[in-house]
Design a protein around this ligand. Structure first.
Ligand SMILES: Nc1ncnc2c1ncn2[C@@H]1O[C@H](COP(=O)(O)OP(=O)(O)OP(=O)(O)O)[C@@H](O)[C@H]1O
Ligand SMILES: Cc1ncc(C[n+]2csc(CCOP(=O)(O)O)c2C)c(N)n1
Ligand SMILES: [Mg+2]
Ligand SMILES: [Mg+2]
Ligand SMILES: [Mg+2]
Length: 330
């Protein structure tokens, strides 16, 4: 990389999507207006080389795409419509300009899907590994954001996709390297790790249907995210083992391995939530009409806040044991 300012002008979009954007890249800060009936939603997540990806697990394009996707997933978990994003990047000297162009192409491609505008960021050099921090902004109709603290006894728990595919894909990449070779089944798992799809359409259904819904996205694993809902709601969540949605391509794995990936794997970026039993039919019908998946995986009951797995009539405690940056898996 020769010049910081040349780099910034290279990554500045020529056109923008959002009509409420007043000033994007090029001044000290971005400016946008918003309608009174909408609330603004903002989140930030970081990806660090060696922790969130390696050069042999994600391509530069995929690093960019996933860096934005994990943030869009947090917007989905709030029921929000994505609008803007900002990118802070610390670049080691080993990265070529071509690789950085690909990284931004990955973000651009995902941003186009959701009509999100890149409105700012920061560019620095580093003597260490690449660090990518994306801030995502969205909006949601007043009072319709979906929080983690809404679960109540009698509710059902749901997932909006398959659990555990990303972690299974990552293990395949560790085992076989970036180029594989991977069978067709394995390719599905690897792709789900490398290019997760945020569940924005699912989040929007859950926000526009006016129901009492708790919602979270699965970054650290179903066990961890379910425990977050349990803590925030002071509720007891029971997950039924035989209802966990395991993708067909994982049927060749031993059942214990399937369960471990599903509960503790993480990075699936599906949504987990709860809703009143009497609302399930209506919500399911809306998901079905849009070709989307909604799988009931358990229920909420009275009792000590926490999560249990119901298996052959036994309840076993599910610890908050997913991915934790300062703790090894136990
Ligand atoms: N360093 C920090 N300073 C201030 N707030 C933070 C910091 N780290 C996390 N938070 C806040 O703590 C809450 C939980 O953050 P967390 O990162 O666990 O959620 P998440 O982004 O959904 O999960 P993940 O990062 O695993 O995808 C959020 O409200 C987040 O904004
Ligand atoms: C090379 C490599 N090693 C391990 C992992 C697994 N991993 C890293 S962060 C994370 C949870 C989500 O992160 P955060 O909590 O920061 O949002 C998981 C499951 C990976 N993706 N790549
Ligand atoms: Mg976070
Ligand atoms: Mg989240
Ligand atoms: Mg985390």
């Amino acid at each position: 990389m020769e010049d910081e300012f040349a780099f910034i002008s290279k990554i500045t979009p020529e056109e923008t999507y959002q009509k409420e954007l007043v000033r994007g890249i090029g001044d000290d800060a971005a400016v946008y207006s918003g309608a009174d009936h909408m609330e603004q939603v903002v989140c930030v997540d970081t990806m660090v080389e060696g922790v969130h990806f390696r050069r042999d697990t994600l391509s530069p394009y995929q690093i960019g795409k996933k860096g934005l996707a994990i943030n869009v997933s947090d917007l989905a978990a709030m029921g929000a419509i994505p609008t803007y994003y900002l990118v802070s990047i610390a670049i080691p000297s080993s990265w070529t300009e071509e690789e950085l162009t690909q990284l931004y192409q990955g973000m651009n491609d995902l941003a186009k899907t959701y009509q999100m505008d890149l409105v700012g960021g920061d560019t620095v050099s580093t003597n260490d590994v690449l660090v990518l921090t994306v801030t995502a902004i969205g909006k949601v109709e007043r009072g319709r954001a979906r929080y983690r603290d809404q679960a109540k006894p009698g509710d059902l728990i749901f997932l909006t996709g398959y659990a555990g595919t990303s972690a299974a894909g990552l293990d395949l990449l560790f085992e076989k390297g970036f180029t594989g070779p991977f069978s067709r089944e394995e390719q599905i798992l690897v792709k789900s790790h490398q290019e997760p799809t945020p569940h924005i359409a699912e989040g929007r259904i859950l926000s526009t249907l006016n129901k009492r819904i708790s919602l979270n996205d699965v970054s650290d694993g179903v066990a961890s995210e379910a425990n977050e809902i349990a803590e925030a709601s002071q509720a007891r969540l029971i997950i039924e083992r035989d209802k966990l949605p395991i993708h067909d391509v994982m049927y060749t794995y031993p059942p214990e391995k399937q369960l471990d990936y599903a509960l503790f794997g993480g990075e699936d970026f599906i949504l987990i939530g709860t809703l009143p039993k009497e609302d399930v039919k209506e919500v399911e019908a809306e998901f079905l009409s849009q070709g989307l998946m909604l799988q009931v995986i358990g229920f909420v009951e009275e009792g000590e806040p926490g999560v249990s797995l119901l298996e052959e009539n036994q309840r076993n405690k599910v610890e908050k044991n997913g991915y934790n940056h300062f703790k090894k898996r136990g």
